[in-house]
Ligand binder design. Structure first.
Ligand code: ATP
Ligand code: MG
Ligand code: MG
Length: 370
């Protein structure tokens, strides 16, 4: 019988485990946080990612995957040659570092926002002008949910923003005048078989994903383009496992890649309840070399994130659980995390028989979530 090792035990590991179990696959997570979500549905190795005994247990698994990109290089080196790690070290080295990722995208012939790598004070000179005069400064490492980012429109703002990031290695990107944002996942087996997830539209609030939508408006034109870009990246980076591309859609319908995550993605959570294969099962299948097809919901589906919200006094504002539950077509997914402002605590998937009904119910659902 198959065993899947996962580096990280957060909500993505929880949902990967929930998808793996019915396939007869047992799951082991290596995760330092004793309260991490996946502890409830997997064998939890409660230790640092570099722990020798923990890594030895993972090395006994059929294959190892991950739920976050910042896996310490040491851990990957310790596993190398003992168990397949999918995606592998070379792909992770690119996707955990924004500058390297953007350079690797360009090398694969994929369009990105204009960018300049900022590693020293000298790199600031002329940087903003060269990306078009309006920029976003982002740390190269460890950023998520818009953390470690600042919009800058003057050279003075750029210098101040870089100082506020303590002179960390950064990328300065030009602000892209996108009309919407979409994402698409691609999976590839070790044998080279490629499969795609659906194109999904994403709406952000305060730098955090708020709502995802399937079908994405304009998918007839955008999806073939997105699949082609995803295939090019997956093949030239020799992906094993699953990765997700975030795109900006420009006026006129061309796509620019924003960033790549070497794993399932928050936007793909709606595949859990749309009726098709879920992104979690797709990652499990791709990593273990089980039969794999393209995956997409059978019905119009949306997802709304439950992000810890606070009143002006800082008191927790909770969603109206009973009303959410009573709304037709909702599926609640909670991560067993304690409330904290700005923290992702769960999500609600919403399924409807047609897009008109989905839009109506989504408007109602959004009103119930602060
Ligand atoms: P996550 O990993 O949680 O998706 P992140 O912290 O890595 O987020 P990005 O995806 O780089 O951040 O940016 C967050 C959001 O900020 C984007 O989805 C987009 O709405 C906006 N944004 C980022 N870069 C640009 C850009 N170059 N031009 C215009 N908007 C941008
Ligand atoms: Mg990111
Ligand atoms: Mg992003």
């Amino acid at each position: 019988s198959l065993t899947l090792g996962i580096l990280g035990g957060g909500q993505l590991a929880q949902m990967l485990a929930l998808a793996a179990l019915p396939l007869g696959v047992r799951v082991v997570v290596l995760e330092p946080d004793p309260q991490a979500p996946a502890r409830l549905c997997a064998e939890h190795l409660h230790a640092p990612y570099t722990d020798a005994a923990g890594l030895a247990r993972l090395a006994e698994c059929s294959a190892v995957t991950l739920e976050f990109e910042n896996v310490p290089t040491q851990a990957l080196e310790a596993l190398a040659g003992r168990v397949p790690v999918r995606p592998g070290a070379a792909l992770l080295e690119r996707t955990k570092h924004r500058a390297r990722e953007k350079e690797a995208l360009r090398a694969a012939g994929v369009e990105t926002a204009p960018f300049v790598v900022i590693e020293s004070g000298d790199d600031l000179h002329g940087a903003l002008a060269s990306v078009g005069g309006r920029g976003i400064l982002k740390t190269s490492e460890l950023g998520y949910d818009g953390k470690g980012q600042a919009r800058v429109n003057t050279d003075a703002e750029l210098s101040a923003a870089w100082a506020a990031l303590n002179g960390a290695a950064c990328v300065l990107e030009g602000q892209v005048p996108f009309v919407r944002e979409v994402s698409l996942s691609v999976a590839r087996t070790a044998a080279g078989q490629v499969a795609f997830g659906p194109l999904i539209e994403n709406i952000h609030r305060d730098g955090i994903l708020r709502t995802s939508l399937f079908p994405a408006p304009g998918a007839e034109l955008l999806e073939p383009q997105a699949c082609e870009l995803a295939r090019v990246c997956a093949e030239s980076w020799e992906l094993e496992g699953l990765m997700t591309l975030e795109f900006f859609v420009l006026q006129g319908g061309s796509l620019v890649v924003n960033e790549v995550a070497p794993r399932v993605h928050n936007s793909g959570h709606l595949t859990q309840d749309g009726g098709g294969l879920s992104q979690f099962e797709a990652q499990v299948r791709a990593v273990l070399g089980l039969p794999l097809t393209n995956w997409r919901p059978l019905h119009p589906t949306a997802m709304v994130n439950l992000v810890g919200a606070a009143s002006v006094e800082g008191q927790p504002l909770h969603p109206d659980w009973d009303a959410i539950d009573a709304l037709s077509g909702t599926h609640l997914h909670l991560y067993h995390k304690t409330w904290r402002a700005g923290r992702k605590l769960g999500h609600v998937n919403l399924v409807a028989p047609d897009t008109g009904t989905l839009a109506e119910r989504l408007a109602e659902l959004e009103r119930l979530i602060p």
